[in-house]
Ligand binder design. Structure first.
Ligand code: CP
Length: 362
């Protein structure tokens, strides 16, 4: 296994800051980077739909002078014939130098990274995490605010299934003076493993509320999210919740003059198009920043692979096959012959699945 990025915790704060600085240098000096990946190939393996992530990865590699192979849906790959994620990763390692992979099952990119002989970047796995969206978010916050510390950050919408929220909270937990405001319907609150395992564990200040209007005046960053229709097992519940929050030009009058409005996109109905002309709307800048951060990450991981840098994940406390992960979204629910592996949490007798992070008692 080569050094890969499955979530933002795989990058130290120093590395995150270094990737931001590289991205800023790419923005200022694009020519300097235009042949850095000459002769290298990126494979984009997208088992789930994407516009921004796949195309920005591809644009990133092309602007670095490299080339791209891949597929944009599972049905056009041999996954449709039953090929496993592990075998797919072994096969693609014969053709490419680095992989960007999106998959509906949580933990699938981790399984792929364990079986690949080239670096792998998680481009989104189920409701679990989406680290390169976080890189886009961090660069946007840094460029708009000039800092990543001392910020009040509101997350609004589907905090349960919104993987970009989980990854950004994880990244922000490593900076100081961050206050988190979690705005959602009760049914779509942040999962316990993120609230307890990241926010509370790191002593971050936070509140949970259903009230967007009442929260706006306090926020430096407002991170709107889509209600994730594709993650609901109950269509009626989605219909009931889908328009829980709609940010309008009128509501923006309640926000600070310099509040930065972010959204990972795609949006459905949660930000009125009338907000797009507001100078505080930064979500299309965020799209462009994503390409620069993906360029910087590709460079970092290819350099690490060349220098023989190894992954640091410590698996010495992992227990294997004592229990089974019951999360139906976990890769263990579909990948044949995959060992069920758990590692201890801070709570007595509670272990988390190393693939999807759902908690189980042993
Ligand atoms: N933000 C994001 O992941 O967009 P796509 O689903 O279009 O890649």
């Amino acid at each position: 296994m080569k050094r890969s990025v499955i979530d933002t915790v795989d990058l130290t704060v120093e590395e995150l800051d270094g990737i931001i600085q590289t991205a800023c240098d790419i923005i200022d000096n694009p020519k300097k980077y235009s042949e850095k990946c000459k002769g290298k190939k990126l494979a984009t393996l997208f088992f789930e739909p994407s516009t921004r992530t796949r195309l920005s990865f591809e644009a990133a590699m092309l602007e670095l002078g490299g080339s791209v192979i891949g597929f944009s849906e599972a049905s056009s790959s041999s996954a449709a014939k039953g090929e496993s994620v592990a075998d797919t990763a072994k096969v693609i390692s014969c053709y490419a130098d680095i992989i960007a992979m999106r998959h509906p099952k949580e933990g699938a990119p981790y399984v792929a990274a364990k079986n690949a002989s080239i670096p792998l970047i998680n481009a989104g796995d189920g409701s679990h995490c989406h680290p390169t969206q976080t890189l886009a978010d961090l660069l946007t916050i840094y460029r708009e605010k000039g800092r990543l510390n001392d910020l009040s950050v509101g997350f609004c919408g589907d905090l349960k299934y919104g993987r970009t929220v989980h990854s950004l909270i994880n990244a922000l937990s490593r900076y100081s003076g961050i206050k988190i405001v979690l705005i959602s319907p009760d049914e779509l609150k942040l999962p316990k493993y993120v609230r307890e395992g990241v926010i509370e564990k790191n002593g971050m200040e936070y509140v949970e509320t259903r009230d967007l209007e009442g929260s706006l005046a306090s926020l430096d960053i407002l991170y709107m999210t889509r209600i994730q229709r594709e993650r609901f097992f109950d269509a009626d519940e989605y219909e009931r919740l889908k328009d829980s929050y709609v940010l309008t030009a009128e509501k923006m009058q309640l926000a600070k003059e310099d509040t930065c409005v972010l959204h990972p996109l795609p949006r459905v109905n949660e930000i009125s198009v009338k907000v797009d002309d507001d100078k505080r709307a930064c979500y299309f800048k965020q799209v462009l920043n994503g390409k620069y951060m993906r360029m910087a990450l590709i460079l970092t991981l290819l350099e690490d692979a060349e220098n023989g840098v190894l992954p640091t994940h410590d698996e010495s406390h992992v227990v294997t096959n004592k229990i089974r992960c019951v999360n139906p979204r976990c890769i263990t629910s579909v990948e044949q012959e995959l060992d069920h592996k758990f590692e201890p949490t801070d709570k007595e007798g509670v272990y988390k699945c190393i693939y999807c992070e759902s908690e189980h008692k042993i």
